[in-house]
Design a protein around this ligand. Structure first.
Ligand code: GLU
Ligand code: ASP
Length: 497
């Protein structure tokens, strides 16, 4: 988008109205609040829905399969952000992408709200994957569009937005978890659908007055020849997929395992291809090429970090259900409620971390050092959850406080890595790829969960110490390597801080 267009957008947005920020931030804050409410509310009970027996309202899948599906689901949700970002950039503009995404997500949750079968679940999964790909990266892009390039409120805007994400993620599991317990899974999923409905209402009602032209531009529209080219390409891919699936599914060749492996390969391949394209593009300058190289180890660290963080809603969710005492001080806890701990700690600690960075000023750790520390805490969070097995054996029910501690430690890492991650991506990705940096950053989460789909299959209650120990240990080893490499990476970053 030209800088003239950028300025025109900023001029069209009312610059006040929400705590000293453009009132459009209110619109985006609540849209994303409700979207994350629906996503994390659904995820908090989905894993149980998959592996609980049919007599308990579940689908009766094997636990390992359920955990692997949770992971590929999470991976695909973030992978589809690449398509969502591209569609907004070249066809719809961000605002329409957010709206269409919200509709798909809402129908995805509605599909789960009716007692149904495994096929209904897969329909819902496709809708939510596509919908989140359209909504999630684009809603964040609109936040950035409302502020002039040098507006000092920009960082604060993203911090406020990040609070919205985590407030939605905090509230939802408490409610869907309670509904699951008292009325059954489908009421929980229905609440997720209602949440997304509220998000859409807020977006539609307030966007005209508050967002101005933000989100309405198509930054890099397709020309006629490209339209034709991409149109035929899409048709070709759809036909090829239909043929391949049409042959392999009835033959029993396209099993869940095959699918999991394919997503696994793609999760690693997609960012690799991205890096090669960025590195080799004629539009990338020599300085930018060096920055791409510096970004690779940071990206790998992010993948490992998110792999552990995301296991909070898979492996640790199963741990909460099966290994944890759920009647605690007279209260009967829903295992889904543990999913509220991560966002709760984020909300409580984010301001403290932000204040700490301001106070430290120039003495704060460098970006690679922050990534290394993020990874260190992730590793420690897994070593901590190994301890109850060590002290009380792998069969005894353990105190829920162990899980609380583990979620707390991973959040210390998340606050080191997550808020700087996106801005580091923006600064290190070549200028020609700036429209796609959001999707590039989400590919770390996609890769992480593709990796998880492989890892979670090794988890079983009687090997839990080995499982947590080896993954936690690997993260700590990687973190030490990153610490040692940090000064070198800083040189390759060519002045980026
Ligand atoms: N939990 C954050 C969110 O939902 C981070 C996402 C990620 O990068 O994986 O926005
Ligand atoms: N902390 C995550 C994110 O920032 C939310 C979660 O894992 O529940 O949104």
């Amino acid at each position: 988008m030209s800088s003239i267009n950028k300025q025109k957008i900023v001029d069209s947005v009312p610059q006040k109205g929400f705590f000293g920020h453009p009132k459009g931030l209110f619109t985006l804050f609540f849209t994303e609040f409700w979207e994350r409410f629906s996503y994390y509310g659904m995820r908090a009970i989905l894993v149980y829905y998959m592996y609980y027996e049919v007599s308990k309202g579940g689908l009766g899948l094997e636990e390992g399969t359920a955990l692997a599906i949770m992971s590929i689901y999470g991976s695909l949700v973030y992978m589809s952000g690449v398509i969502g970002g591209w569609l907004a950039d070249r066809i719809f503009g961000t605002s329409k992408a957010v709206f269409y995404g919200g509709i798909l997500i809402m129908f995805g949750h509605i599909a789960l709200s009716f007692p149904g079968s495994l096929s209904m679940f897969f329909v819902s999964m496709v809708l939510i994957v596509l919908g989140t790909g359209l909504l999630k990266p684009n809603v964040s892009t609109v936040v950035g569009e409302m502020y002039a390039e040098n507006d000092t409120r920009r960082d604060a805007a993203f911090s406020i937005f990040y609070m919205g994400i985590n407030m939605g993620a905090f509230l939802a599991p408490l409610l869907t978890g309670a509904l699951m317990k008292s009325y059954g899974f489908h009421w929980g999923f229905a609440l997720a659908a209602i949440g997304m409905f509220f998000g859409l209402v807020v977006f539609l009602i307030t966007k005209k007055k508050s967002l101005g032209l933000a989100g309405t531009y198509v930054p890099n529209p397709l020309n006629a020849a490209e339209k034709k080219k991409y149109g035929s390409l899409t048709a070709l891919v759809v036909i090829a997929l239909a043929v391949i699936l049409g042959i392999t599914i009835p033959n029993g060749m396209f099993t869940l395992d095959v699918f999991i492996n394919l997503v696994g390969i793609f999760g690693i391949l997609a960012p690799t291809i991205y890096f090669i394209i960025m590195y080799r593009s004629p539009k990338t300058t020599a300085t930018e090429r060096s920055r791409v190289l510096a970004y690779i180890p940071l990206f790998i660290a992010a993948v490992m970090f998110w792999a552990i963080q995301e296991q909070g809603s898979t492996i640790l969710a199963a741990y909460a259900d099966k290994r944890t005492q759920l009647d605690f001080m007279g209260i009967e806890i829903s295992p889904a409620w543990f999913q509220s701990l991560n966002p709760l700690f984020i909300i409580l600690l984010a301001p403290i971390f932000a204040g700490m960075w301001v106070k430290l000023g120039d003495r704060q750790p460098t970006i690679p050092q922050k990534f290394a520390m993020g990874l260190l805490f992730a590793g420690l969070s897994f070593l901590v959850i190994l301890l109850p097995g060590y002290f009380s054996g792998e069969d005894a029910l353990v105190s829920p406080l162990w899980l609380v501690l583990s979620y707390f430690i991973v959040v210390l890492g998340e606050l080191m890595l997550s808020p700087v991650g996106l801005s580091a991506t923006t600064k290190l990705a070549p200028e020609a790829f700036s429209a796609q940096t959001m999707s590039l950053w989400f590919l770390a989460s996609a890769g992480a969960q593709a990796l998880n789909a492989q890892l979670v299959r090794f988890y079983s209650a009687d090997s839990e110490m080995l499982y947590f120990g080896s993954i936690g240990g690997a993260a700590i080893a990687l973190s030490i390597i990153l610490f040692l490499l940090a000064p070198k990476i800083q040189v390759f970053m060519k002045g980026v801080k």
